[in-house]
Design a protein around this ligand. Sequence first.
Ligand SMILES: Cc1ncc(COP(=O)(O)O)c(C=O)c1O
Length: 458
Amino acid sequence: MPQQYSQLKELDAQHHLHPFTDHKSLRADGARVIVRGEGPYIWDSEGKRILDGMSGLWTASVGYGREELADAAHAQMMELAFYNTFFRTTHPAAVRLARRLAEIAPENLNNVFYGSSGSESNDTAIRLIRHYWVLKGQPKRRIIISRKTAYHGSTIAAGSMGGMSHVHQHSYPVYEGFRHVMDPYWFGEALPGETPEQLGLRAARALEEEILRCGPENVAAFAGEPVQGAGGVKIAPENYWPEIQKIVDKYDILFLADEVITGFGRLGTWFGSQYYGIKPDLITFAKAATSGYIPLSGVLVGDNIVDALMAEDDDFNHGYTFSGHPVACAVALKNLEIMERENLITRVKTETGPALAKLLAKFKDHPIVGEVRSVGMLGAIELCANKKTRQRFEKPGRVGLICRNHFFNNGFIMRAVFDTMVCAPPLIWTQEHFDEAEAVIKTSLDATYEAIKSEVTA
Ligand SMILES: Cc1ncc(COP(=O)(O)O)c(C=O)c1O
């Protein structure tokens, strides 16, 4: 390890608490130090080059090391490094980005409320939703229904809206006013003999049943990720979203699409809502808005909600120091320009998305693979003990971790969500990167199989 990095592992263990981590075991093992990124690759402190199949964390869509983005940040810092957007002030970068977002968003979403993380923006959305119903004279409408393994962030409100029990565990008591219904996850949730369409319908009905259980007059909104990312790249059956839209319309509740992962071209359209033809009243975004070069998030807010705010003489008492940070907005504008100029979103539809589907399909007959699935540049490989019955391995996550380590040691990153291997490659991948990934996936799945062969039953 080069000398400049040799002490870093130790210092990290002494001073740095990482997100979502077993700190005891991390301190024992030491963190992996990532020191550089260029295009679709990152390098660790040992000098190892790694193909990043996760875009950092669903984030670095245009790849690493883009001078143009650094230049945009530099120029903005020299011109106006910071000014707030409270107290009736604004600045050019925040305005230009707001305009650009309105152009690419679904047509009823023409305003943005900025933040710096997906969690913050989901908190903003929760407040806006509840405030909207107060303004509409229906203050009892407070309940927000989401899904059981949804991830909407780590603040206490966004974590409560999310459905992950291990997140709730640490914010006990979970905030009142959230309910969680089943995921439209065929591989994990289907009953014996149930088709994806039947499962899609059952999962959509679960929303309607919950609305009726709560009393429609108490329900404010439904929140969902167009594709559940951190939950395991769960892609809903085709009939699910049209059914959900019908239910949301029928009970006149607001619809929040959390597009922190699916925004900015990941599915081959600017937003996942456009891909699925759904009509949310709010979209939250973050991550790939700047390709992760600098934190920026936001809520795209529907005209119905903005009209309600405009009818009011009072303040909406909410905001962050860094709402509409000028440097972040300038980088986002440049990032969107690059995406457009390099045709990255059309390429997801016509080239990279189909290439990812083709790559994953090559592994569907592997002895430990129960299912492969993808939409656009989001993909998953389900590892299981029995392909026919979809029976999982004992101790969820153990085999996924073995597999993830093989991927990493072979120079490729996919993330393990328990025993579901997920990927979200940068949108700049070309055929050579798909070929490189294919070779590593093959070697790593084979090595994983060798390690746990005795547990495989079909
Ligand atoms: C769908 C979704 N929403 C919200 C978040 C939270 O975003 P952040 O980590 O920026 O707070 C994430 C993070 O992965 C996410 O995947």
